[in-house]
Design a protein around this ligand. Structure first.
Ligand code: C2E
Ligand code: MG
Ligand code: MG
Length: 591
């Protein structure tokens, strides 16, 4: 069946349209080189453009043989005459580069078609100049290659140098400084609580925030300084030619203040501070890895000291870090070997004098170092994740002890257990509580969970959900160290809590310091207005106890009443008729 074009052509020719004129015009207007040869290689037709290739003169003169259409170096490429190869169908398409008479080299895409008719065969050849097209392709490839190259050295999100480029530049800086005997400073910058932004506003918002931060970093530094993103919310800066440490202080102060300004993230004003660790060459190390390691330790110290600050590296940090590592190992073993124990500190109701509860406080008797305070190993356990097995153990042990005392007829109100932030937010923590209660057979109303104010407010919306789950089980909740963190009263109101524990720092001088007294008084009023109970911790003297009594504090806890005690000591105290009155309503402490 003829194609549409064929039937159009037949119609056109039948209407008397000049076929010769038509072909002539078509060939003249063709940018491609077109030729037709017969089986013997005789050229029957060629388009005028062929002259550029063949080198034949401008003057039209017939070209006799196909060989004459192609320059000699092209002909030499083929084992047989071109038309023969084409007719044997070995060759239908190929490329050739040809130098034009103007000296430029062009690339041609050559195609052959074989036509048959009346015992004869012809080869139609069309060659088109694809130089421009190929150049464009090459350029795109080059562009892609340079893009790839760019990506392998830059952070795709912020456009800052990535780790590889950072190392490259850092090594160069270091060599320069070694040659010129100058100093460099390596700054490790980590955003404080960036995770909150990601968690509360989503990853897109987090990404946008990081981009803005990267821009601010760049703006605050000289073009010659290297800024790189090492990953997540961690950035590194290299400052060369540092004359004196004060110069670094003014730079880091500028950085801290620039970084902490709020950023508008889809209509929310979001601010995030940063912690900076600084290590100096040559003082703190003579390799990039060592400087990085030391800046990292300093940065951690900056975080531990309250964040939003700069910390310079000092040798003692390495010593502490090594200690920390040893301690971590030991703690792991202590948990496995059961070398931890619990002490219990009574909480006393000020009106009835009854023991209203005991707080379980974990202790670690280290074989060489002696007693290590929880203040030292709880943060370590938090950081390393050991808090999960440790916390689970404390919880179960506390519930089991308390249940055992009850079965001996000793009623000490409730057992309070401290929760650390990571423990509280671990997955399935709710199930852990249920499992612990079942395993210890302790009824939920005897368990009180203590959460510090900062833990509770860390992700307040999530806290409400978790606390509701505990409250629904019938477990009591207390906010520990109240007054030391930042409480949102809006959230506090929504937490299903039972008790506020006034931090012992306010109790210490409560009878002499007006400000402390005013704070304690306000906390007592706040608790009562919210129908919460209030307990004062760290009561060491009679005057403090008297003040608290006068100001209607509900409960007290502290050395004045009793130190934290081993189980044996607690039971001895309870059974000591000089100190205790055990009645059907509970255990009354005599002070
Ligand atoms: P906390 O929960 O505020 O516990 C009260 C701390 O105050 C205890 O220190 C206790 O010994 C101490 N203390 C009690 N009365 C007085 C007093 O009259 N004067 C003074 N100066 N101190 C008093 P401890 O046992 O060293 O515990 C320190 C912190 O470690 C606790 O503070 C708590 O946050 C944490 N902690 C203790 N045990 C655990 C635990 O099992 N799990 C978790 N996550 N944290 C725990
Ligand atoms: Mg506590
Ligand atoms: Mg406390």
């Amino acid at each position: 069946m003829p194609s549409l074009l064929q039937s159009q052509l037949s119609d056109l020719l039948a209407s008397g349209f000049g076929a010769v004129d038509l072909l002539d015009t078509l060939l003249q207007s063709q940018p491609s080189l077109v030729s037709v040869v017969d089986e013997q290689g005789q050229v029957l037709l060629f388009s005028p453009n062929h002259r550029m290739l063949s080198g034949v003169s401008e003057e039209p003169e017939p070209i006799q043989h196909i060989d004459a259409l192609f320059p000699p170096f092209i002909r030499q490429r083929f084992s047989a005459p071109l038309h023969e190869l084409v007719l044997q169908e070995d060759l239908t398409r190929w490329e050739m580069s040809v130098q034009h008479r103007d000296g430029q080299v062009h690339l041609y895409d050559v195609q052959h078609w074989v036509f048959e008719g009346e015992g004869q065969r012809w080869v139609l050849t069309a060659a088109s100049d694809v130089s421009g097209q190929r150049r464009a392709q090459n350029e795109t490839q080059l562009e892609q290659k340079s893009q790839l190259n760019y990506l392998s050295f830059h952070d795709p999100l912020t456009g800052l140098a990535n780790r590889s480029l950072f190392y490259d530049r850092a090594h160069k800086s270091l060599s320069r400084s070694k040659r010129h005997q100058s100093s460099i400073a390596l700054l490790l910058i980590d955003l404080d609580r960036f995770k909150n932004i990601n968690d509360s506003l989503g990853h897109d918002a987090g990404d946008y925030f990081l981009k803005q931060i990267a821009q601010r970093l760049g703006d605050a530094l000289r073009d010659t300084d290297t800024v790189a993103r090492l990953g997540g919310d961690e950035f590194v800066v290299i400052l060369e030619n540092i004359a004196q440490a004060e110069d670094i202080v003014s730079i880091t102060e500028k950085l801290l203040s620039n970084l902490s300004k709020p950023i508008d993230v889809s209509g929310h004003e979001v601010a995030c501070t940063a912690s900076i660790g600084v290590a100096l060459y040559p003082k703190d190390g003579d390799s990039i890895d060592q400087l990085l390691k030391h800046a990292d330790l300093a940065m951690y110290k900056a975080k531990a000291q309250g964040k939003n600050r700069t910390q310079f590296y000092v040798q003692a940090m390495t010593d502490t870090a090594v200690n920390y590592l040893l301690l971590e190992n030991d703690l792991r073993k202590a948990i496995d070997n059961g070398d931890l124990c619990l002490h219990f500190q009574p909480q006393v109701d000020l009106q009835s004098r009854l023991i209203a509860g005991v707080e379980a406080l974990v202790r670690w008797e280290h074989p060489e170092r002696g007693m290590i305070s929880p203040g030292e190993f709880i943060p370590l356990a938090e950081e390393t994740g050991l808090i999960e097995p440790l916390g689970d153990w404390v919880l179960l042990e506390a519930c089991q002890r308390f249940q055992a005392w009850m079965s001996q007829g000793i009623h000490l109100g409730k057992v309070a257990v401290n929760l650390s932030s990571r423990q509280f937010r671990q997955e399935h923590f709710e199930q852990t509580i249920v499992k612990t209660l079942l395993q210890s057979r302790l009824s939920p109303e005897y368990l009180e969970l203590e959460l510090t104010e900062s833990t509770a407010m860390e992700n307040a919306a999530e806290t409400i959900e978790l606390l509701n789950a505990f409250a629904n089980m019938g477990v009591s909740l207390a906010i520990d160290d109240f007054g030391t963190g930042y409480s949102s009263l809006a959230y506090l109101k929504r937490f299903p809590i039972n008790k506020l524990k006034i931090d012992r720092s306010f109790i210490h001088d409560i009878d002499t310091n007006e400000a402390d007294a005013a704070i304690a008084k306000s906390i007592i009023d706040l608790a009562h207005n919210m129908t919460l109970q209030v307990i004062a911790e760290g009561v060491e003297r009679m005057n403090q106890a008297q003040w608290l009594m006068d100001h209607h504090c509900d409960q007290v806890q502290g050395f004045y009443y009793s130190r934290p005690l081993t189980e044996a000591a607690l039971l001895e105290l309870v059974r000591n008729p000089q100190r205790m009155v055990v009645s059907s309503s509970g255990v009354r402490l005599l002070v």
